[in-house]
Design a protein around this ligand. Structure first.
Ligand SMILES: [Zn+2]
Length: 92
């Protein structure tokens, strides 16, 4: 397990810093490690976007803001520090 941290940019240009503890393959170096980390990061967010907790695989019924972090309901796993993204306001 390794604690990973990265920044992502949300719609509207807002940035959030994400931290997560993820399983990593055996020690890699250089480009192989960067590729493995990119794949883990993509998979982590793909699971959230599909409505499944990336830590325990339970369906996420709601995202809850608690202080600076976003948690999944009902499992209560912390998904990332940051804010719950909102859809851009409709323009007329
Ligand atoms: Zn969970």
């Amino acid at each position: 397990m390794r604690l990973l941290r990265w920044a992502i940019r949300l719609l509207g240009g807002q940035s959030v810093i994400i931290t997560a503890t993820l399983e990593l393959p055996p020690p890699l170096t250089g480009q192989a490690e960067r590729a493995a980390l990119a794949a883990l990061r993509a998979d982590y967010f793909r699971r959230i976007l599909r409505g499944s907790c990336p830590h325990c695989e339970q369906p996420i019924t709601q995202l809850v803001q608690q202080g600076r972090c976003v948690f999944a309901v009902p499992c209560q796993h912390r998904l990332y520090p940051g804010i719950i993204p909102t859809a851009p306001a409709a323009k007329e």
